[in-house]
Design a protein around this ligand. Sequence first.
Ligand code: IUR
Length: 450
Amino acid sequence: MASIPHLIKKKRDGGALSDEEIRTFIHAVSNKSIEESQTGAMLMAIWMKGMDQQEVVTFTREMMSSGEVMSWPAEWAGLIVDKHSTGGVGDKVSLVLAPALAACGCKVPMISGRGLAHTGGTLDKLESIPGFNVHQSSAQILEILRSVGCCIVGQSETLVPADRVLYAQRDTTSTVDSLPLIAGSIISKKGAESLSALVLDVKFGRAALYEDLSAARELAQLLMKVGNALGVHTAALLSRMDAPLGRCVGNSVEVIESLETLKGNGPDDLMELVTTLGGLLLKMTGLVSDLSEGRRQISDAVIGGAALAKFQAMLQAQGVANETARSLCSAHSDYHSVLRKSEHQMQLKAPADGVVLDVAALTLAEVLHKLGAGRSRAGGPVNHSVGAELLVSMGQRVRKGESWLQLHYEAPPPSLDQISRLQSALTLGSHDALRSHDTPTLVEELLLPH
Ligand code: IUR
């Protein structure tokens, strides 16, 4: 068997690692028989020299096999689905999509993440609901899928342990942004869920992992190839992430917007993404024969209340008291009788007459992160009640002094510089500028498996 220094040298010199060599490396990572310096050196060699497709598939398969691989009852064959997003601002798609898919007959063992850099995390959002428990064992997940059809949980200790080690070391060795390492990390976890179908929401734009559309497309194509090679029917869409999705950014404010969406009052952009991602999954499972029928079924599940009923059942199954879940999901909910409201609110006002031409998601997210909506260190707390709500939409005409952004904050209050950054996130222009400004499409491209 080749020694670890030999494998590092081979990759450093631009060679392709054999299946056996990749297996040796991942085994050494999983059973901790490799030094941290060696893992770091290999990660940097992969970052610099890349991997061919065969290497990425083997790397991903070996990572997947480093821990538990879930198994499901035979009668669910073809119906186990999930989605992955590369991270956005105001992206609350999972909270609406998981119950909508369950209402359409799918089984959704959704494994989500926490906030990363300026982007929000689904688990952080759900934890603003008192009692919600993201830690569920495999046996509990199976039971929730049997009784409800969907759950949203964190990655357990036993699922892809090699990713836990590699991910932490990628962070400290500046090797996060490597296509093979990203693909291995994301798809190994989805493979370990033993999915029938997976849809990827790969973002591009100013607040996305990759600003450039072609770079996002390259990642999407690689993720699709690796997913399909591992036997998961995988499709992707490329969606724009310049402005926040919906009107709310934060944790509990996004839960409220998700609940409103499940009550039929969702913003158009969020509904478009939910119905497209869900429609693709319904088509891939064979539950519908074309995308437009899939979109219609997802939309009906959301508008008609079936998805809301699933969401309520999921909350109860994941530890939320029945009375709390009922109150959040009732028609005229007083959300703040359940979700903690921030101690302070402030309304920012438009500085002049004009038309809203742009809302910069990245600027909003960075300021909110500093105000406590995100983590200042790995494993640190988030303040669930910090967030912002846009009171205007793109293209809307506003008057000088009109409130356009509601900020929810706690001590210490935002500095003058932070307020001015928030103000600069919204761009005002003339009506003529709006006319010459094409409304950008949200979903730019669909990439379907053959
Ligand atoms: N999310 C993951 O699970 N893995 C990654 O490498 C990235 C995001 I970037």
